[in-house]
Design a protein around this ligand. Structure first.
Ligand SMILES: Cc1cc2nc3c(=O)[nH]c(=O)nc-3n(C[C@H](O)[C@H](O)[C@H](O)COP(=O)(O)O)c2cc1C
Length: 205
């Protein structure tokens, strides 16, 4: 596929078909992920592939995803936000548990931090996070090329998840990505239209 077509094709998907994703697609996407730029040239990234229901349930449990507010509460929370953002949250929030359960695979992306997030003082300290996100985008683009999609979920209770997945203490979780083939009923929300020329500044702002 042309690069521009893959970039267009990659979208966040939260509803998946009950259909296995071949290992070859995952392996190829991870291979491509490791071609991303890395601040220290070391590519200190790891991928944990959750395949079994127990691992997914442990994740849901660690994140307390069973406890969620009503639709009215959500409406209220986002009432003053931009419509496009409100629509996204109203669709996404109730699906956080289901998307983890229904995805045939859940990928946990782990990285080695330069500085602990809590101690970060400047952008430079977050180069490790910036690098792992370049890796994540390569991963998502490579999956999209093969009609596999995902959603980058950011966990809250990282320490509990690290303990349950036996992730070494000196490493961090960048994101957790339920992936799979898009369900026929999946709602892919409109992307906000950006006036690109207004975002380009020559020589100074
Ligand atoms: C850093 C980051 C964090 C995100 N966190 C979540 C999340 O916790 N749960 C979720 O359902 N989607 C999450 N998303 C997905 C966004 O909602 C999605 O990328 C956005 O709505 C734009 O849609 P698109 O990816 O289809 O262009 C996250 C995306 C990014 C880049």
């Amino acid at each position: 596929m042309e690069l521009k077509d893959v970039i267009e094709k990659r979208r966040t998907v939260r509803d998946f078909q009950d259909r296995e994703v071949p290992d070859t697609i995952i392996d190829y996407a991870i291979e491509n992920a490791f071609k991303a730029p890395s601040y220290n040239h070391l590519r200190e990234w790891d991928f944990i592939i959750l395949k079994h229901l127990e691992s997914k349930l442990a994740l849901i449990n660690a994140e307390n995803l069973d406890v969620k507010g009503s639709n009215d509460e959500l409406e209220n929370t986002f009432q003053n936000e931009e419509i496009i953002m409100k629509e996204m949250y109203l669709d996404a929030i109730p699906k956080q548990k289901k998307m983890i359960l229904s995805a045939p695979l859940v990928i946990v992306v782990v990285f080695k931090p330069k500085t602990k997030v809590i101690d970060a003082k400047k952008i430079y300290d977050l180069n490790c996070l910036a690098s792992v996100w370049a890796c994540i985008e390569n991963f998502l683009l490579s999956l999209a090329e093969h009609d596999v999609f995902g959603v980058t979920y950011i966990p809250q209770n990282v320490e509990t998840i690290k303990e349950r997945l036996r992730i070494p203490d000196n490493l961090e979780i960048a994101t957790i990505i339920p992936i799979g083939y898009k369900d026929h009923s999946a709602k892919v929300l409109k992307q906000k239209t950006i006036n690109i020329s207004g975002r380009i500044h020559i020589d100074n702002w």
